[in-house]
Design a protein around this ligand. Sequence first.
Ligand SMILES: C[S@@+](CC[C@H](N)C(=O)[O-])C[C@H]1O[C@@H](n2cnc3c(N)ncnc32)[C@H](O)[C@@H]1O
Length: 248
Amino acid sequence: MDIVDKAFIKHSYAGEDSVKEYSDATRAVSLWKSEEIVFERYLKATDKILDLGCGTGRVAFGLVEKGYNNISGVDLSEDMIAEAKKICRQKQIDIPFYTGDATDLAFEEESFDAVIFAFNGIMQIPGETNRLKSMAEIARILKKDGVFIFTTHDRDKEKDNESYWKQEKYLWNKNRQDRRLVEFGDLIYSFHDREMFIHVPDREEVLKCLAANNLLLLEDIFRDEIVQENDIVKEFADECRFWIVKKQ
Ligand SMILES: C[S@@+](CC[C@H](N)C(=O)[O-])C[C@H]1O[C@@H](n2cnc3c(N)ncnc32)[C@H](O)[C@@H]1O
């Protein structure tokens, strides 16, 4: 029984089923209404934008369709990137997509106006040290006053899960937690026949990570406080909190 690591995450986002799920969403779900509102509020059409943890490019293609014209995408999963490139060819859209790791990005310092890590992707990096590394990398490649937009779940606000986290706390205190987990807040769940990992933070934890990287909080807001999403989006993705922060 191995601890959750990068190989675990790569495995959960590899293979036909996983790629199909995101490829279908890239075509049929596209940008959430809440994303559109947030992006319109904080991004200019000419901004150089990185869609980090892009999957098959749901956000990148959605942005191009809205008139943004300088987007790149990076994902850990080779399969996701291969599919994103295939969609590029089908749509005859030229978006540079690269395989890469958010904790070690192959971009120059201060080269982007904005970075987006959509659909809770940053919380699929196991270990707070690694998530901090990823935020440091994002801060490094952002220009001064550049914007970083990401989403997370919130352990304290999702009332349905209150008893789950209470029980987890009890198990961690007794050192009886699932041995594959790295820290409290970690969750392994099944999706179709795959095991997936996500870290579910509380608000304080995210604020601490931002402060450690000198990233200034502009706004944090729950998705359903921005807008009510349609059923297609709700089926694809649960409620989450949007974070909009700036490099100082
Ligand atoms: C929930 S999916 C979201 C995909 C896409 N952004 C979307 O919203 O449809 C999270 C994505 O983050 C990617 N990911 C996880 N860890 C990563 C890392 N360290 N570096 C880059 N991408 C990563 C996964 O491979 C996966 O494609």
